[in-house]
Design a protein around this ligand. Sequence first.
Ligand SMILES: Cc1cc2nc3c(=O)[nH]c(=O)nc-3n(C[C@H](O)[C@H](O)[C@H](O)COP(=O)(O)OP(=O)(O)OC[C@H]3O[C@@H](n4cnc5c(N)ncnc54)[C@H](O)[C@@H]3O)c2cc1C
Length: 495
Amino acid sequence: MSEVETLIIGAGPAGMAAAMELSKVNKKILIIEKQKSVGGLAKTLTFEEEGATFFSDIGPHRFFSQNKYLYDFIENLIHDKWIKVNRLTRQYIGGKFYDYPINAAQALKNIGMKKAFRIFLDYLFAQIVYKILRKKIKNFKDYVIANFGRSLAELNMINYTEKVWGIECSKIHPDWAKQRIKSLTLISALKSIFTKGKDPRSMVDQFYYPEDGTHLIYKTIEEKIIQKGNEVLTESYPTKIKHDGKLITEVIINTRGKEESFKPKYLVESITMKNFVNLLEPSAPDCVLEAIKTLKYRSQVYLFITLDKESITKDQWIYFPEKEIPFGRVSEMKNFSKKMSPDGKTSLFVEFFCFEGDKTWNMDKESLFELALNHFERLGFFTRKEVRNYYLIKQKNVYPIYDLDYQKNLELIKAYLNKFENLFFIGRPGRFKYNNQDHSLEMGILAARSIIDEKKYDIESVGSEIEYYEKGDLNVSNKQKVSFNWMVLEDRDET
Ligand SMILES: Cc1cc2nc3c(=O)[nH]c(=O)nc-3n(C[C@H](O)[C@H](O)[C@H](O)COP(=O)(O)OP(=O)(O)OC[C@H]3O[C@@H](n4cnc5c(N)ncnc54)[C@H](O)[C@@H]3O)c2cc1C
């Protein structure tokens, strides 16, 4: 059995951030990654074609954070390859495009005065029901109706959410809304239109993007940690995780068919919670095993279409909330960075939401393409003749599903895992939390700082900023708004 100071399982943003932070202070690490390359869901795929190479992330990867530490962390890695992009994103509803974030004048023109008045009346009605009569918010549907009124909620939020999650909004926990659209209401959205650039919630939007694709961050970390004498084992995964009830004592790893045993002083892992718990030996208690069975994920299949065409639109991505359209979002990678497509050509990354094993998941490449092509031709995006090639990509366990029971089951599992003193379970899969890159990076950095400082910082509180917005401009004051909160676990106010 080989001794290793810190074993990191999973080389997505969370695992790689932990690795980087540890290697900066010359701590020894070993990284294990199941796939052939690092980056996790934030990797960039390469498509080599005759005379042309295309690159694509797995869907849009806009970096945004309220944490200045993270901006510095990435800037120190990729320097001037971190480019600023002017955001242009839209939604397609009822045969019309709407700017996203909303442009009031355009939205009014699209929906007409009658419908706008209806939206306003519905909003007032929701205020009476939820604020004055204090109707309880029990699920996501209640949450969006309470904050936006029924008409607006039905126009884009309920449709899109049900498409993404594959379950009715009345069965989705309101946590989902709290994590993603907290503090945003119809009134705050309207207000921000008139305070462009002055408010951190500004709808004037820019974001940073690594010019060679989002994986540049994680590839650079890989290079740096290898330079320091550390190892990254790809196509490698754990087959057994042994423990004595207090500590993780041994991890058996399979790397391309060869088994090896490691005794880690610390284990940092970001693989799916279900996978991790099921590898434990002795087994977790029955109640934990029962709880883990209830955690569900939504998966995705993607079409990546390469085109003999200069450009489709100017948008980085467009949402398609309506259920009649089979895909949910498309991204034109060239509009993130020119380097993603060769000159004179472009591409489209198309996302379909599904459950592993369902009809969409099992569709072959040709059928999926035919299903989508009709819509793209109708929208005027491209014609069959302009298509060079198309590729099918499948990704399991993309979205942890926040159903109405998830919280109590998750708490039970986390309480059990927290008993292991040398274990740090982090990241989107590791904590069953719908993280963006920023929160996974924060979790990795906190795990590393806990090891370096020999005290456990509070990973649970990552993502619970009072104001976390999907939107925001990148003026300096905004970047500096929130600094890293090194909260020690024992100091946390549990009330
Ligand atoms: C379509 C889409 C759009 C997105 N858009 C954005 C965006 O605009 N902005 C943004 O910031 N974020 C975005 N994200 C989210 C971002 O990709 C994730 O937040 C981030 O990748 C999570 O990092 P992680 O390390 O927590 O998990 P992951 O990226 O899931 O990494 C986990 C790693 O563990 C590995 N692994 C799993 N099981 C094992 C095993 N048994 N053994 C060894 N290794 C294993 C995986 O292969 C993977 O490399 C998007 C994600 C998707 C899918």
